[in-house]
Design a protein around this ligand. Structure first.
Ligand code: NAP
Length: 323
């Protein structure tokens, strides 16, 4: 099969399209013919060698959508021909075929395209886990999605809006701000403008602060988040690209919590509830993954460069052309 192969970690061009052996199903596994693969920032950290150890060579990617090709004898939930999306796999998603355990596979409703399905797992599961399992969100609360124009931010905006939270979202471009508004934010602010947080906390909360902040770039924003979080507020650190100095007194004075998370740490029970909720939201149309940019599989390197550039606009996907 055709697949992206990384033989040494490094710059995006270490990803090469190669001819590899097709994975072989075992008792509990599902082989999926990939129609679209999701590109997430974590894929770039792993490829560059800055995210723990990885055994080489490997094929990148955790998220895909496609059709079940073959199942192991112990698989009861899926059959060949089923439309599915993946939440991780035993092999990578930047490939013609991806091998997954059956617990990593979820039904893709008919109304959701494969391209959209490739943008479900990391963005939506992260957003759901942050809002409900970490921040304990309740309808009526005010949430600041600090970085709402990318994969996780657009997912979080849709989920929060559907749940009855009042959403304020930030982006760094005019196009990004429009997208965030279209996804359901009541207030939007440009995080490249001076004083935007002071304006946001006044206009969107009457100076009371945000009950929840989902933070995509904590190394830049965490100390300022403590200025705009409400009393008993929760700041969930989803993304951070370096260290930051904060004044802990700001958290003390407000009984505020700073909660770190990684979706890989979600428990089996949490994971089950996340995908049950996402399945319901995708089926009833409240969740509608936004994927603007698609690259062919042999342009995986360009996709990795694009996802690290400013000016996010939803999720980036790879669409293979199997001819
Ligand atoms: P993405 O699609 O690249 O989006 C990045 C977002 O951050 C965009 O909205 C971008 O806005 C925004 N941003 C840029 N500068 C900012 C600033 N100064 N303040 C606030 N926001 C800013 O990435 P993603 O997939 O949404 O992921 C977001 C972050 O979460 C990444 O660091 C990723 O590694 C991390 N993440 C963590 C988990 C986890 O389990 N903890 C899971 C998924 C992702 P503009 O481009 O419009 O400026």
């Amino acid at each position: 099969m055709k697949a992206i192969c990384v033989r040494e970690t490094g710059a995006p061009d270490v990803m090469r399209l190669e001819e590899l052996d097709k994975p072989v199903v075992s008792v509990e596994s599902v082989l999926i013919k990939v129609s679209a693969a999701g590109v997430n920032p974590v894929d770039t950290y792993i490829r560059s060698g800055n995210y723990g150890s990885i055994s080489l060579p490997y094929t990148p990617g955790m998220d895909a959508a496609g059709v079940v090709e073959e199942v192991g004898s112990g698989v009861t939930q899926f059959k060949p021909g089923d439309r599915v999306y993946t939440a991780g796999g035993q092999t990578g998603s930047y490939a013609e075929y991806m091998l997954c355990q059956q617990t990593q596979v979820h039904c893709l409703p008919e109304n959701i395209t494969f391209r959209q399905g490739a943008g479900v797992h990391v963005p939506y599961a992260t957003a759901y886990h942050a809002l409900f399992h970490k921040a304990g969100a309740s309808p009526g609360e005010r949430v600041l999605i600090h970085g709402a124009s990318g994969g996780v931010g657009t997912a979080a905006t849709q989920i929060a809006k559907a749940f009855g939270l009042e959403v304020t979202g930030t982006a760094g471009t005019e196009k990004g701000l429009e997208l965030v508004q279209e996804q359901g934010a009541r207030y939007t602010y440009d995080h490249t403008e001076d004083g935007y947080l002071d304006k946001a906390v006044e206009e969107a909360t009457g100076g009371n602060g945000f009950d929840i902040i989902l933070e995509m770039l904590a190394n830049v924003n965490l100390d300022r988040d403590l200025d705009v979080v409400a009393k008993n507020g929760r700041i969930v650190v989803i993304g951070s690209r370096g260290p930051v100095e904060i004044d802990p007194r700001k958290a003390m004075g407000k009984n505020a919590a700073i909660i770190g998370m990684t979706i890989m740490n979600a428990s089996e029970k949490e994971t089950k509830s996340i995908h049950a909720a996402l399945g319901a939201g995708l089926t009833n149309g409240t969740l509608n993954p936004f994927t603007d940019r698609a690259f062919p599989l042999d342009a995986a390197a360009q996709a990795h460069e694009a996802i690290m550039e400013p000016g996010s606009f939803g999720q980036i996907v790879l669409i293979p052309d199997w001819g």
